[in-house]
Design a binder for this molecule. Structure first.
Ligand code: SF4
Ligand code: SF4
Length: 349
């Protein structure tokens, strides 16, 4: 049975107490340590504050390794869709070298197309496109705000790994968006998208002053969705939630496949909102502070977090948030492919 470590009440002191009780010997001097977090979308106020992470920064400094905060670019249009704007948001939300003493690096490059293909040979993916700077890190600490999610019911460590560490083309595939939807009537013929398409799938009809989309050449990288300001291209969000969960779990498997014994999962059970931190609005949390759950098995850490939240709430909060989503599906599939186990034992610190 997997041990899962738990400390009640989220605070810097309790986080340090938890960390001092964990085995962090997997972090070696000079290791590049990716601290995978979420900087929060522009108007989000419930992301995990960087101040809370200071005990971790202190302990990693003692280990003389090279930690960096990281996240990947989004596929939806927003302030985190390219590394330049993403870094600005991160800095505005307190994540910067100046304020934290460690740098922020966007893991999949300026345009989200810097990735490594990891062979997994699973049901949906033979290979998964994982953000380079996460793939090349020696160790990974997955720092997750545990909250609701419209496709997953809840968003925990598995989602942070699978969706959060995937490069943008992989995120398209997670949503089955092999190709964007195309609404030619919105096009004003500015031609801006053409140079961004890596496959020359876009060209301008100079007479009609509209873009011509060659669907056969398109590889679904998603660049045009971000570049065009006129909503000509959009993401077809038409997959069932179960398939999105399965695909994300497979990506999560790819992220940690070559990092056996080098990954730690930490879920912060605080400010539990209905939606994730990608939503660009202020959300009112249903629960403000429960505690921190940590361990070396993402399935056990997520399952334990889920049970703790529902226990404190007194009923199934995530079913209340998203009645049509079977959130256990992600955990069952993760177990099935060997990502971890739902059998856990709590060690309360
Ligand atoms: S699709 Fe968008 S970016 Fe491309 S030419 Fe038309 S309006 Fe411009
Ligand atoms: S999704 Fe990528 S490959 Fe397809 S048209 Fe858009 S930019 Fe080109």
């Amino acid at each position: 049975m997997t041990e899962v470590y738990y400390v009640k009440n989220v605070s810097q002191e309790n986080f340090e107490k938890l960390l001092r009780n964990l085995d962090l010997s997997f972090v070696k001097p000079k290791d590049f340590v990716a601290l995978k977090t979420h900087f929060g979308e522009d108007k989000c106020v419930t992301y995990i504050s960087p101040k809370l992470y200071s005990p971790l920064v202190k302990i990693l400094a003692e280990k003389e390794c090279f930690p960096f905060y990281t996240d990947t670019n989004t596929i939806y249009v927003g302030k985190r869709a390219n590394a330049v704007e993403h870094l600005k948001i991160a800095s505005e939300h307190g994540f910067s070298l100046e304020s934290l003493g460690i740098p922020v690096i966007i893991a999949d490059g300026i345009k989200g197309n810097d990735y490594v293909e990891v062979e997994i040979n699973l049901k949906h993916f033979v290979k998964a496109k994982i953000a380079s700077n996460i793939y090349y890190s020696d160790a990974l600490i997955c720092l997750t705000h545990f909250k609701g999610h419209m496709l997953f019911g809840f968003g925990g460590s598995i989602k942070n790994l699978g969706m959060g560490c995937a490069a943008r083309p992989a995120k398209f595939l997670l949503h089955n968006a092999m190709k964007p939807k195309f609404k030619v009537e919105n096009c004003i013929g500015c031609g801006r998208c053409i140079s961004y398409c890596p496959k020359k799938a876009l060209k301008l009809d100079y007479e009609k002053k509209v873009i011509i989309f060659d669907s056969a050449k398109c590889v679904g990288c998603g660049e045009c969705v971000h570049i065009c300001d006129y909503k000509v291209f959009s993401i077809p969000w038409d997959l069932t939630y179960k398939e999105v969960q399965e695909r994300t779990v497979e990506c999560a498997y790819a992220v940690v496949k070559d990092k056996i014994g080098k990954v730690l999962y930490i879920n912060f059970l605080m400010n539990v909102t209905q939606d994730c931190d990608c939503i660009n609005k202020k959300q009112i949390p249903k629960i403000t502070n429960i505690g921190i759950v940590a361990g070396y098995d993402p399935v056990a850490v997520d399952y334990c977090s889920l049970n703790l939240v529902n226990e404190v709430y007194g009923k199934d909060l995530f079913k209340e948030f998203w009645p049509k989503i079977d959130y256990l599906f992600q955990l069952d599939y993760a177990e099935e492919i060997g990502l971890g186990s739902k059998q856990y034992k709590i060690v309360e610190i």
